[in-house]
Design a protein around this ligand. Sequence first.
Ligand SMILES: Nc1ncnc2c1ncn2[C@@H]1O[C@H](COP(=O)(O)OP(=O)(O)O)[C@@H](O)[C@H]1O
Ligand SMILES: [Mg+2]
Length: 212
Amino acid sequence: MIRVSQTSYQYPGGTRIAFPDFHIPRGNHGLLLGNSGSGKTTLIHLIGGLLRGQQGKVEVGGVDMASLTEQGLDQYRGRHFGFVFQKNHLIQALTVEQNLLAAPFFAGLPQNSENAEALLQELGLEGKRQARIRELSHGQAQRVAIARALINKPTVILADEPTSALDDKNCDKVIRLLMEASTNHGATLVVATHDQRLKSVMPVSVELVASG
Ligand SMILES: Nc1ncnc2c1ncn2[C@@H]1O[C@H](COP(=O)(O)OP(=O)(O)O)[C@@H](O)[C@H]1O
Ligand SMILES: [Mg+2]
């Protein structure tokens, strides 16, 4: 599903970051593990098409990401990827449902309240549809972020440091929820992290080492 080969990336004025080759089969879960500064976020952004201009090849679902036009890339991203970040990037003043339905809106997909409701049920947030994000606990807000990542029925979920700020109990909860939800929705899950605790729950797809 995701294949990275001979890939490297250089920020303007920065040193070139070279990534080891790896492959994550469809429907699998894979960890991109490495210390701070080793290039995990860069790699997640290359896979998700948030960053372009790499050398080598990044393929998702058999599509070479470099072959897409800007417009094609926007469309591909909206249809195929769900993103979960360390910070949830939810809009505090809007309701849970409004936050969820923003995702299909920006991807040019139909906004379906029933989908939103079903996901909230699945993630244990029934009854929170009309709550504002600022009225939720941190854990609830994080589950809304996971629901938002799933609502466009992505083929790939990309999660960047989803557990780094969490204690052991919540770390375990969140990673299991992400794995379970990805499996239920037939999505491939990619987690980028320096959080060594995740090694015991997910297969390591690639270990990144900071250069210099
Ligand atoms: N926007 C940027 N411009 C220039 N250099 C960057 C930028 N983002 C990251 N870098 C550099 O690229 C390297 C990898 O960063 P990053 O992908 O964020 O690593 P990680 O997520 O593993 O901490 C670091 O040396 C970082 O300083
Ligand atoms: Mg990072």
